[in-house]
Write a protein that binds this ligand. Sequence first.
Ligand SMILES: NC(=O)c1ccc[n+]([C@@H]2O[C@H](COP(=O)([O-])OP(=O)(O)OC[C@H]3O[C@@H](n4cnc5c(N)ncnc54)[C@H](OP(=O)(O)O)[C@@H]3O)[C@@H](O)[C@H]2O)c1
Length: 291
Amino acid sequence: MKSLFDRVIGFIGAGKVGVTLGAYFQSKKINIGGYYSRNADSAANAAGLLSVKQYTDLQELLLHCDIIMITTPDDQIKNVWNELKKFNIKGKIIAHTSGSLTSGVFGGVASLGAFAVSIHPMHAFSDRDGNIEGLDQIVFTIEGDITGISLIKKMLTDLGNQVLVIESENKACYHLANVMASNLVLALLKISSECLAQCGINQTVAIEALMPLIMNNIENIRIKGFHNALTGPIERNDVGTITQHLAVVPGDYESIYKNLSLILLKLAIEKNPTRDYGVIEDLLTVSSNND
Ligand SMILES: NC(=O)c1ccc[n+]([C@@H]2O[C@H](COP(=O)([O-])OP(=O)(O)OC[C@H]3O[C@@H](n4cnc5c(N)ncnc54)[C@H](OP(=O)(O)O)[C@@H]3O)[C@@H](O)[C@H]2O)c1
């Protein structure tokens, strides 16, 4: 049986994730076979960047590679699978990197003698230039076939990455968690920068000014946990400040402000059980025209 470092990875989809993960795995001495992509130019660019093969058909990729990583957009994974399963895939690991889809998208895989997994890197990939900075710190979350999981988990932990294993039925909730922590934070920062724009501060200056505040807050959560990192007017029971906020918060954002503040209030009550937060609770639960 091949050792993990003798196994060859082939990528289908030479985009941001495919190129970056390929470059990362290669930097750790994992064997990359090459790239196949919808557009030959994308595959050629990726193959050139890593000095690996450009595949022009899927059968050729399957002949050379043991682990098939499908790094296309989510809505293309099923189409790619429908093509792949026409060939002999016995003994191959068939993987995709979607955060929301499970390995169940590879219907009938077990009867073809292959092992299906999803391998989600918890990272925002924004380029396909081979920059792998920070990749050795990221966590991968995997689910799927038990044999596939054990092989991929060993490979990734040997690289030094932490691996989380989840059940398929929890994948949607897992993806929701990722969206809450990244996409929705973007939305909150957009609101924050709009409020700073009201104060005459342009967006570029606003983002730079917010960074130390954001980073310090995140670091505090990491080191101290949610309760001990909690600061701000709700925790302090500053009724006057909350009243002022409610007077100036734009109507579209009032319900977001109140709903998120209620989550902070729950943490504050748990942290300071003898403090009476009744007035703030009333302010946050009274409905407005926009609720
Ligand atoms: N970006 C992230 O931050 C991130 C993070 C974690 C997971 N993911 C997941 O990783 C996967 C890839 O995301 P991405 O951001 O790398 O997307 P991307 O940059 O758009 O790259 C997708 C690549 O797949 C190629 N492709 C599209 N349809 C194809 C098909 N039918 N057959 C072969 N190749 C095809 C694309 O076309 P061309 O050949 O035209 O270039 C492109 O190169 C998705 O499942 C996504 O959910 C993304």
